[in-house]
Design a protein around this ligand. Structure first.
Ligand code: NCD
Length: 331
């Protein structure tokens, strides 16, 4: 896989193989030495034109655990026009020998542009482009659902997943509809009519405006952040109104199947789309999502580097052998 730009780049076999590699890598998390030498001497650039805490840290941790060198660039609020600054930065990174670029950008399509512009030969991983896609988030969500509900293996066939909230502005929702569908889950979107994207009828999922009905018996619910920073108009009367109709409260969460879990990509607006007791409650897998994100991104980096040149295998034997080894010299 040369780039990961969209969840649609992943067919079922590829997605399964990334999730399986991630599961193997996850066993590193419990060891005191968390590093593998796989990408020693290779360079990854983290290019964040838009705010991010967990995604940037997660990619950084993933790269370091594979012993890669990481260059991080954050350019919030640059006054240079988006296209130009992306190009200039890409040329700089190319000159520095970055082989893989992880990019987050406010413009939908920025990752595609970078991958197909000829500005850089690097492999490109989309870490969120505008309201378009966020494929590694979808992978870590799928991983978390599989880990919790399918004993970490097999497929998501027939699982009912409800995605709720600001679908209009959500790249997380778009990537999840594609990936969870590829993996066999039945996805239902719930949003107020103003936050349901035009053309949703043609998406490969169901949609409704009735949260209570959609939640009944569902296996998982993913709450989306209300993305006030992307709203240029009033999409709902008040925060109170929004949370009354579309917020996940403890009472509403009871409608889920007994084993039903609650996901949120973060950052959460507690009291808005999710109540604090649900966010911290027994159904919540929000912290697992963050933990799993590192293993999943290691697996994606491994895959993208693997398309460029031979990298060593990662299997149980490699993980086990290395655990006994010396911590890697570089920090
Ligand atoms: C998401 C994003 O940036 O798209 N967050 C994340 O990656 N952890 C969702 C959001 O910002 O609401």
């Amino acid at each position: 896989m040369r780039h990961l730009l969209s969840a649609a780049d992943l067919d079922r076999d590829r997605a399964d193989s990334i999730l399986n590699t991630a599961a193997q890598l996850a066993t590193l998390q419990n060891r005191s030495v968390k590093k593998l030498p796989t990408l020693r001497g290779r360079t990854i650039a983290n290019l964040f034109f838009e705010d991010s805490t967990r995604t940037r840290l997660s990619f950084e941790a993933a790269a370091k655990r594979l012993s890669a060198d990481v260059i991080t660039f954050t350019a919030k609020g640059s006054s240079v026009s988006k296209g130009e600054s992306l190009k200039d930065t890409a040329l700089t990174l190319e000159a520095m020998g970055a082989e893989v670029v992880v990019v987050r950008h406010g413009a939908s399509g920025a990752a595609h542009r970078l991958a197909h512009s000829g500005w850089t030969q690097a492999g490109v991983i989309n870490a969120g482009d505008g309201t378009h896609e966020h494929p590694t988030q979808a992978l870590l969500d799928a991983y978390t659902i599989r880990d919790r509900l399918c004993a970490g293996a097999g497929n998501l066939d027939g699982l009912r997943v409800v995605i709720v909230g600001d679908v209009l502005h959500s790249r997380v929702a778009r990537s999840n509809v594609i990936l969870l569908g590829t993996l066999g889950a039945e996805v239902t979107l719930v949003a107020p009519p103003t936050l349901m994207p035009k053309g949703v009828e043609s998406w490969p999922c169901q949609y409704t405006y009735d949260l209570d009905e959609a939640l009944t018996g569902a296996d998982a619910v993913m709450m989306l952040r209300v993305q006030a920073e992307r709203m240029n108009a009033a999409y709902f009367p008040s925060a109170h109104e929004y949370s009354r109709s579309f917020g996940l409260t403890a009472a509403r969460a009871q409608r889920l199947a007994d084993h039903g879990i609650v996901l949120h990509p973060g950052p959460m607006n507690r009291g808005m789309e999710i109540s604090a007791d649900v966010a911290d409650g027994p159904r919540s897998v929000v912290v697992d999502q963050v933990t799993n994100g590192v293993s999943v991104r290691m697996a994606v980096l491994y895959e993208v580097f693997g398309a460029r040149a031979q990298v060593g295998a990662i299997g149980n034997a490699e993980v086990d052998n290395f655990i006994g080894g010396e911590p890697d010299a570089q920090g």
